[in-house]
Design a protein around this ligand. Structure first.
Ligand SMILES: Nc1nc2c(ncn2[C@@H]2O[C@H](COP(=O)(O)OP(=O)(O)OP(=O)(O)O)[C@@H](O)[C@H]2O)c(=O)[nH]1
Ligand SMILES: [Mg+2]
Length: 472
């Protein structure tokens, strides 16, 4: 088997700390260069068998140039640059080399094979990051941020991941864990010294502390939606009657022909998505099948699905045909639209028939006035205002400078903390036995430790690191 083909998700269960591993760190395929990583205790000895040109005294963070050869010395493999990172000074915390070779798959496989011949093992998925975690270079939250960085598809997403990598979120979690530990310590003290009549902290002092930390947990939990928007994108649905011009608007905003446009009502039958960047965020725009009062069974299902979709998105754009004005059919659907997140697009204002129509009163749609934007998918008129409206909605949803929970594992863990604190608080106030309260609260602390990876759990490790690609 070629080293680069070795795949195993179970990095947590089988790490030999002393082994030296290698893998391709850059993407597969042809490129100007490819980078191969080697990390572990024998990295220097292994590298010397391929790269005889390396000097006796290696200097960390220096680059060495030369020709690498097969272990038997008979074949020249490539002309390369080798970066050296000394033990304790690398990403993994171990002795690490990065070989920049020419970006050919044949060369990469050759070099990896020779590294294996020289004694290295093919790395498992996420093994470099896992080693960084095991060597205390990163906590588990930071390790996950490495993956989030690689997968980030917008500026905001990479910024969020970077903040997480720098430990912002971990610090906040540790603060909560400290508070929880403080409360637990006092409870334990009460247990241990109860007979000696030492009052360590009054119940109300403990309760106040717990309420404070519960507020912090609630704040973090409340950011999950924002975190999702930053990571996965802001979802906007285009809805309206058949032929209103939803698909045309999708194409105009995306700048490409994503959805089919025809003069036939009912052209779009299923959801069509387009993604683009806006203000550093990723926006996913979803075109839907036209809403129409119908007896057709299939179409009815389509309409139902569209209505259901509206409860899952972050913003709705209701498209109306300015040539025809609002119809009975429009009104029939109004009761089902979540107006608090909807803007109305008065489309086709370029058409001569549209001139005769006056813009409807924004209160025609629902009790609250909604935002009305006149647009033309054909001429592009009003599209800037539409983009501005989307950005404005995005800005109200996502705050720029607070820690966000963007990962479902963190979200679930924090929910456990919330439940534990919520369950123990009344016990404290009722003066229940400290043992009982401590038992309850302990589950919260364990959940926090699990998020940070402070308690080692094979299953958690596997869940996290199996998401990684090889070489990371
Ligand atoms: N004059 C004018 N015509 C438009 C405009 N936008 C769309 N149209 C036309 O309206 C017709 C329907 O456009 P579509 O984008 O397919 O409408 P739709 O809402 O996606 O329709 P369904 O998929 O059937 O629900 C096409 O003939 C378009 O060329 C516009 O801004 N101005
Ligand atoms: Mg369409």
């Amino acid at each position: 088997m070629r080293p680069s083909e070795t795949v195993s998700s179970n990095v947590g269960a089988s790490l030999g700390a002393s082994s030296t591993v290698c893998a391709l760190a850059t993407a597969h395929g042809i490129g100007a260069i490819s980078v191969i990583r080697i990390s572990g205790g024998d990295a220097i000895a292994i590298m010397r068998r391929l790269a005889g040109f390396l000097p006796e005294n290696l200097e960390s963070h220096k680059i060495y140039y030369g020709i690498i050869k097969s272990v038997d010395g008979n074949r020249r493999l490539d002309e390369v640059l080798i970066s050296y990172f000394a033990n304790g000074k690398s990403f993994t915390g171990e002795t690490t080399f990065e070989i920049s070779c020419h970006g050919s798959e044949a060369i990469v496989n050759d070099v990896l094979q020779e590294l294996v011949n020289a004694g290295a093992k093919p790395a498992k998925r996420g093994e470099f990051t896992f080693r960084a975690f095991m060597n205390g270079r990163l906590d588990l939250v930071q390790a996950e941020s490495v993956l989030a960085m690689i997968e980030s598809r917008s500026t905001r997403a990479s910024q969020l991941a970077l903040r997480q990598l720098q430990g912002e979120f971990s610090t906040e979690l540790k603060k909560i864990a400290d508070d929880l530990t403080w409360v637990l310590a006092h409870l334990e003290a009460n247990i241990d010294y109860a007979s000696e009549d030492i009052v360590i902290a009054e119940a109300d002092v403990l309760a106040t502390r717990m309420e404070k930390l519960q507020t912090q947990v609630e704040r973090l939990l409340s950011t999950y939606k924002q975190g999702r928007i930053v990571r996965e994108g802001f979802q906007v649905a285009l809805v309206g009657r058949p032929n209103a011009g939803k698909s045309s608007l999708l194409n105009a905003l995306a700048g490409e022909e994503r959805a089919i446009v025809t003069e036939v009502a009912g052209t779009t039958r299923d959801f069509v998505e387009a993604q683009f960047a806006m203000n550093g965020y990723r926006v996913t725009m979803i075109d839907t099948a036209g809403l129409r009062m119908t007896d057709d069974r299939v179409e009815k299902i389509g309409v139902q699905r569209t209505i259901e979709k509206l409860s899952l998105v972050d913003m709705v754009l209701y498209v109306a045909d300015a040539r025809e004005g609002l119809s009975e059919e429009d009104r029939a659907f109004f009761a089902k639209i979540p107006w608090h997140m909807t803007s109305v697009l008065w489309n086709k204002i370029d058409a001569p028939e549209a001139e005769a129509r006056v813009l409807p009163d924004s209160r025609l749609f629902c009790a609250e006035p909604v935002q009305l934007i006149s647009v033309s998918a054909h001429t592009g008129q009003g599209l800037e205002a539409l983009r501005a409206a989307i950005v404005a909605k995005l800005s109200t949803e996502v705050s720029e400078d607070s820690t966000l929970v963007a990962n479902v594992r963190h979200f679930e863990g924090l929910k456990t903390v919330r439940t534990a604190v919520a369950a123990s608080l009344p016990l404290v106030l009722n003066g229940e036995s400290p043992d009982l309260i401590a038992l309850e609260l302990q589950t919260g602390l364990v959940a926090l430790y699990e998020i940070l990876g402070l308690t080692y759990d094979d299953q958690v490790m596997d869940r996290v690191f199996k998401e990684f690609c090889l070489g990371k």
